[in-house]
Design a protein around this ligand. Structure first.
Ligand code: PHE
Length: 465
């Protein structure tokens, strides 16, 4: 087997991981979800879930990756000596393939918007513009271009490709977003947007808690790139002397900061145009922002900067997903990196083009199917860490850290009992809406608790633990 690539520095790993986390989820989905779910109320619930569920979940993926030192298939083969290991790893690889297929289509839309911004081509008829570029031949072409950019980075490997690109792109994203947030603050009629976003409305929260919970939890997991084994793969290139808990906190909070910053741009802009943020759909953000860009001075420049920022954020997430697939071929089948990148990209060119051509399938795959695959994947990760590995997971948590070592046990307890319930609650949400059954939040919570206990007992029966 060839020697594995690795990060040059821990900073490179941290920047690449923040880059993975901060992507379309943060800049395109988060402001939109926030605006549609009560603004500050959503932000509050989301922050709690990031801290309580996202952080321990991300740590679980990092622990698995650094322990296994391989991509998901190899990691699970070595960590759980059973044929379930390969099956789970394969499931993760399929998940990464599915996510990147639709992600690359949206990346293509962003690229299209960035190129159309200097002339303001979509300012006049935003709805129509989105209609022509979203599905069909144009969408295929721009999906392929986006994929080409992502593949060109992964082609050069972890240290020379991913690490270098992340070190440039992530700071650029933060810089651009900060500039845009300042520009937004100088625009007229934005006060209502800030008030909605930043002032805390406890009554809204009490009245809508259960409906805010689902989207907030989904967003927290998606934005932290959990459930595909992508973060696991990045951690597989890490040394034992770095602190996983510290890295996790830095990554999760930086990601949250970038999301909040994106909200400071998007939400006041929407309000300044009197746009009701409650109605959505994949094209909503593009369509709604157009009149804001069109009516404000320097709109074309700002629009170009905005979409360039979103594009960079999307690329640094795409490379994590592609790396997971490429590294699987390298680790498991000894395929040289360049050939592996080419092969996987060809496959994605086909799968993504299929989605770019058929809107309803795109919506199903990027919505329900993605939710299902990510939650099942994450459930498997937390079950392995919390129910099977246990002592080995604690040792991996503690390796390279002094200050956070005391948190190892509480973390494992959270991963063993809190996370499975939350993840199964989300899975129940998706399944219930897929089956069209009506079951209240309390009913879904009961299902999640019973299923967790059932799974725990089943695992204990098989492992005598
Ligand atoms: N976290 C990325 C985003 O918010 C999406 C992603 C999911 C990336 C899973 C990698 C793995 O856009």
């Amino acid at each position: 087997m060839s020697t594995r690539d690795s990060w040059v520095s821990n900073v490179g790993f941290v920047l690449a991981s923040i880059g993975s986390a901060a992507g379309l989820g943060n800049i395109w989905r988060f402001p939109w979800l926030t605006a549609g779910n009560g603004g500050s109320a959503f932000l509050f619930v989301y922050s709690l879930i990031v801290v309580g569920v996202g952080v321990p979940g991300l740590l679980a993926e990092f622990v698995l990756g650094r322990r296994g030192r391989q991509t998901p298939i190899g990691t699970f083969r070595s960590l759980i000596a059973s044929r379930w290991g390969s099956a789970l790893g394969t499931f993760n690889v399929i998940t990464a393939l599915v996510i990147l297929s639709f992600y690359s289509v949206v990346g293509g839309w962003i690229l299209r918007y960035m190129l159309a911004s200097p002339t303001g081509a979509y300012f006049g008829q935003p709805q129509q513009f989105f209609g022509t570029i979203s599905y069909g031949l144009q969408a295929v072409v721009f999906h392929l271009l986006f994929l080409g950019v992502v593949a060109a980075i992964v082609f050069f490997g972890v240290s020379r490709g991913i690490e270098r690109a992340s070190k440039v792109m992530l700071p650029a994203v933060v810089l651009f977003l900060s500039g845009l947030a300042v520009w937004t603050a100088t625009q007229p009629n934005t006060a209502a947007g800030y008030a909605f976003y930043l002032s805390f409305d406890a009554d809204y929260l009490v009245a809508n808690f259960s409906s805010v919970l689902g989207p907030a939890a989904g967003q927290a997991l998606f934005t932290l790139s959990l459930g595909t084994g992508a973060m696991l793969t990045y951690a597989s290139y890490l040394d034992e002397d770095v602190s996983l808990p510290r890295n996790t906190l830095v990554i999760a909070f930086s990601n949250m900061f970038i999301g909040v910053l994106a909200g400071l741009v998007v939400i006041p802009l929407l309000f300044s145009q009197g746009i009701d943020p409650g109605h959505g759909g994949p094209g909503a953000l593009f369509v709604s922002l157009a009149p804001a860009f069109a009516s404000l001075p320097g709109g074309t420049v700002v629009a170009t900067a905005f979409f360039a920022t979103v594009l960079m954020a999307a690329v640094t997430s795409g490379i994590n997903l592609l790396e997971t697939l490429v590294a699987t071929l390298i680790d498991c089948f000894d395929v040289p990196r360049r050939r592996a990148t080419l092969l996987v990209s060809l496959l994605l060119a086909v799968t993504g083009s299929g989605l770019a051509l058929v809107g309803p399938i795109f919506e199903f795959v990027s919505g329900t199917l993605a939710d299902l695959l990510l939650t099942v994947g994450l459930f498997a990760f937390v079950a392995i860490v919390g129910w099977l590995l246990r002592a080995a997971a604690l040792a991996e948590f503690r390796a390279g850290t002094d200050r956070f070592a005391v948190l190892a046990e509480p973390w494992l307890l959270t991963v063993s009992w809190v996370l499975p319930v939350v993840v199964l609650f989300m899975l129940t949400n998706t399944l219930v809406s897929l089956a069209g059954v009506s079951l209240g939040a309390a009913g879904r919570a009961v299902v999640a608790v019973v299923a967790t206990v059932g799974c725990r007992l089943a695992v204990a029966a098989r492992t005598d633990g």
